[in-house]
Design a protein around this ligand. Structure first.
Ligand code: SF4
Length: 100
């Protein structure tokens, strides 16, 4: 199903969004049915460690993830524009060693 369902003939972007949404739903199903959580745990660790390239590798839609981040470049390349200099993950990373 695309965002254009019953509104208009879907265009390429609508179809792309529909496919990504279906992939997210399938991933949730895999997590619940098969207890397949390693990818999400890896994503959590990548986020905790502010490893942006690893986050893109694990993202269901890495192209969109990169585009969002690149469209709002933070002053501090380690953080994002949400909290900026007050990035809690960066502060924790500077004060604790959780790397595995
Ligand atoms: S700036 Fe805030 S939202 Fe962005 S990575 Fe750091 S803690 Fe997360």
């Amino acid at each position: 199903m695309t965002p254009a369902e019953h509104l208009a003939l879907p265009n390429v972007d609508d179809v792309r969004q529909g496919v990504i949404t279906a992939r997210i739903a399938a991933h949730i199903g895999d997590m619940v049915k098969n207890n397949d959580r390693e990818r999400d745990l890896d994503m959590g660790r990548a986020r905790r460690d502010l490893k942006w390239d690893r986050m893109y590798e694990l993202a269901i839609d890495p192209v969109h993830a990169r585009a969002v981040r690149n469209s709002r470049s933070p002053e501090d390349s380690e953080a994002c524009t949400m909290c900026g200099n007050y990035c809690a993950l960066k502060i924790v990373k500077q004060n604790f060693n959780f790397e595995r």
